[in-house]
Design a protein around this ligand. Structure first.
Ligand code: UD1
Length: 439
């Protein structure tokens, strides 16, 4: 039975009529203290999808309390799984009675990661009918490489009326796939299909993100035969079945960790993020040191002491891991908007990831934009303003800017921010931010 937490905020919104939820932030306070990062959203969602593969009960720990997790839980529940999640990090799912092979459009359209269920469903049931994830505010979200991978494993792939993709296979057989570009989503989805295929599958030019490694480690804990994860070539020796009854802890969220470190830097404070994994953040931390920030790495924490003036860093170019993460491009740009020089920021993963730039301009930031490149010309101060978050990480960027700005800001678009940041206002308040959720 689903026992998702009560969403008190939603109830409050209804009571308050048409009040749009927003964060009110009075900026200019140096943040000081300790924040604990939770498990990674981008690992938790595909691992929840992978639970379909092992018919039975699985317990996941450190699952973040965010709305994307709630939506994935609802999709699994709709398909017949029993789900227990109270927002306390412990997610229990039993997929013994998972029976449907057609995913619900209304739920799937809420998160791109929902297409991750396709590989697992076709592997367990021989068919999956999943709506295309559709356009996304940060750029086009093609799935052609996912589908090429399924075909290489012997699947028949067809577009169905209503925007559904049908993937069917009487028997999955191991195959060889060379992805034409690095895709986290395609790597995860095809890997999930291949674990139950007959024989060996070789995936080349795969994503090396820590979240891909975490998914492979989870699958191996259930009995899969995956090797090479974390390199550009993954080999999967198909097995007859995966075994449930395991407990698995999700890796720390590197994007959440970095966002709080940036909060320390941008406010000139001192913030320690516990349960942070420095290994996952090497490229980011290198840039932060270049920006003049003081970083200390301990056993299970990263501490930042903000140093003014923030130095410009030459260039930030987003690339697949271990390059600079696309998810940190907006928050990093917020920091650099207060630097003492000029930085070139180039977005190479998504084609529409600068929609937050105009909001930062309204706070006084200075940018020159040309296609997927932005020249950031640092200014001395930002001024509070009402701003609208167009996506999750842009929301992170606007909150950071508001924390450093003079005066009051109102940040709207919490439906995006809540998709990826767990209790962000509570965590920031604990380290001294003047931040309040209203509406
Ligand atoms: C991407 C990021 C990931 C980040 C996540 C959430 C990369 C490589 N991936 O993963 O680190 O955590 O967003 O913001 O940085 N593409 C195709 N065809 C496909 C699949 C993808 O053309 O079949 C394209 C996408 O349109 C995109 C690029 O490849 O431009 C990377 O996509 P992908 O890595 O699959 O996206 P996510 O899995 O969302």
């Amino acid at each position: 039975m689903l026992t998702l937490k009560d969403n008190k905020n939603k109830e409050n919104n209804k009571k308050n009529g048409n009040n749009r939820p927003k964060l009110i932030i009075k900026g200019g306070k140096a943040l000081k203290g300790v924040i604990a990062a939770n498990g990674a959203k981008n690992a938790a969602l595909p691992i929840m999808a992978a639970s379909i593969l092992a018919s039975g009960k699985i317990c996941l720990q450190k699952v973040p309390d965010i709305s994307d997790v709630e939506h994935m839980a609802r999709i699994l529940q709709f398909m017949g799984a029993e789900v227990q999640y109270n927002g306390d990090g412990c997610f229990i799912v039993d997929t013994s009675n998972f029976s449907k092979t057609r995913a619900p459009y209304k739920l799937v359209k809420k998160l791109n990661a929902s297409f991750d269920i396709t590989g697992a469903m076709v592997a367990r049931f021989g068919e999956a009918h999943v709506p295309l994830p559709g356009g996304c505010v940060i750029g086009t979200r093609a799935v052609d490489m996912h589908l090429e991978g399924f075909r290489a494993l012997g699947c028949e792939v067809e577009q169905e009326p209503g925007g559904f993709i049908s993937v069917k296979a009487r028997k999955l057989v191991g195959g060889r796939v060379h992805f034409r570009r690095t895709s986290v989503g395609a790597t995860k989805n095809v890997m999930m299909a291949a674990v139950l295929a007959r024989g060996k599958t070789i995936l080349e030019n795969v994503a090396r993100e820590p979240e891909v490694i975490d998914l492979a480690n989870f699958l191996n804990c259930c009995g899969a035969g995956i090797t090479g994860h974390g390199t550009g070539r993954i080999e999967i020796q198909g097995v007859r079945k995966l075994y449930p009854d395991i407990e698995y802890e999700i890796i720390p969220d590197r994007i959440e960790s970095a966002t709080y470190l940036l909060a320390g830097a941008i406010t000139g404070g001192e913030v320690t993020v516990r349960n942070a994994e420095p290994e996952y953040l090497k490229t980011f931390l290198r840039k932060m040191r270049k920006a003049g920030q003081d970083i200390k790495i301990g056993n299970d924490y990263i501490r930042i002491t903000g140093v003014k003036p923030i130095q410009s860093v030459g260039a930030i170019i987003t690339e697949p891991y271990p390059g600079f993460p696309t998810d940190l491009q907006p928050p990093m740009t917020a920091l650099l908007s207060l630097s003492n020089g000029t930085t070139l920021v180039k977005e190479k993963i998504f084609n529409m990831r600068f929609s937050y730039i105009d909001e930062l301009r309204r706070m006084g930031a200075d940018f020159q934009m040309d296609g997927n490149t932005v020249i950031v010309r640092g200014v001395e101060r930002l001024l509070g303003a009402p701003v609208e978050a167009p996506d999750i990480r842009a929301g992170g960027a606007l909150i950071l800017a508001a924390l450093s700005a003079e005066g009051k800001s109102e940040v709207y678009g919490l439906n995006f921010i809540d998709r990826g940041y767990e209790k962000i206002e509570e965590k920031l308040r604990e380290i001294g931010a003047d931040i309040e959720r209203v509406g």
